[in-house]
Design a binder for this molecule. Structure first.
Ligand SMILES: Nc1ncnc2c1ncn2[C@@H]1O[C@H](COP(=O)(O)OP(=O)(O)OP(=O)(O)O)[C@@H](O)[C@H]1O
Ligand SMILES: [Mg+2]
Length: 237
């Protein structure tokens, strides 16, 4: 689905991504873990083609992403860590993406309601989205992404700072998305979450992918000393 070769991204002096080589398969949940500043968000932004000014090669489903950014953006949707709500109802926030694609009437209504129900926010449909709690906002952001039916969802820290109940709802939505064949790239600080949800995990440090592997293997017997230190530090601190 996604193939990055020698991808680097620089912000002035900072090398946010250094020579990233990475393949992500269709239908997998792929977790990206690493400390703050490691480059997780930057990687998701490149994958979603929100960041186009990078060097190296990005092939999405066999096509060159740089020459077809719109095609990639239609199939890959990113959900941001701090989603911005439009100053309208929850329903309209979620319906927006369908309306700009020319979908209206009963199809629009059905699709929005289905997604709201899926995320347990149907009862909030008429509420002003700006007045929701953090967890509710995050669920609306995921609903907005899901309603437009992309192939790949890049989720940036979807449960950071949320309570257990919201984490549970969002994690079960991610599991259900996987069941429906969606590809998920999940940036998370939470190693336990990566472990619960992902098929494979990449550990990043200073813009570099240090190690990629099957999640169970990476957590239980990491090959790189840096990965081991990160995992042990996080699990035993
Ligand atoms: N728009 C930007 N302008 C300048 N520097 C940036 C920009 N975005 C990111 N950076 C820098 O690039 C590096 C990687 O940032 P990135 O946001 O990808 O890290 P991260 O792993 O997502 O961190 P966190 O866990 O805190 O979200 C950091 O050093 C950051 O300061
Ligand atoms: Mg980030």
């Amino acid at each position: 689905m996604i193939e990055l070769s020698g991808v680097s991204k620089r912000y002035g002096e900072v090398e946010a991504l250094r020579n990233v080589n990475l393949g992500i398969k269709g239908g997998e949940v792929f977790a990206v873990v690493g400390n703050s500043g490691a480059g997780k968000t930057t990687l998701l932004r490149v994958i979603s083609m929100l960041e186009t000014d990078f060097s190296g090669k990005y092939v999405f489903r066999g096509i060159d992403a740089r020459s077809n950014p719109e095609k990639v953006r239609r199939r890959v949707t990113m959900v941001f860590q701090n989603p911005v709500m439009f100053r309208t109802s929850v329903f309209d926030n979620v319906a927006y993406g369908l309306r700009i694609r020319g979908i209206n009437g009963s199809e629009l209504e059905e699709r929005v309601e289905k997604v709201l129900e899926f995320l347990g926010i149907l009862d909030l449909a008429d509420k002003n989205a700006r007045k929701l709690s953090g967890g509710e906002k995050q669920r609306v952001a995921i609903a907005r992404a899901l309603v437009i039916d992309a192939d790949v969802y890049a989720l940036d820290e979807p449960t950071a700072n949320l309570d257990a109940e919201n984490v549970r709802i969002i994690e079960s939505a991610i599991k259900e998305m996987r069941k429906r064949g969606k590809t998920i790239v999940l940036a998370t600080h939470n190693l336990f979450q990566a472990r619960r949800l992902s098929d494979r995990t990449a550990y990043m440090e200073n813009g570099e992918i240090v190690e990629v592997g099957e999640t169970k293997k990476l957590f239980e017997s990491p090959e790189d000393e840096r990965t081991r230190r990160f995992i042990e530090g996080d699990l035993y601190l």
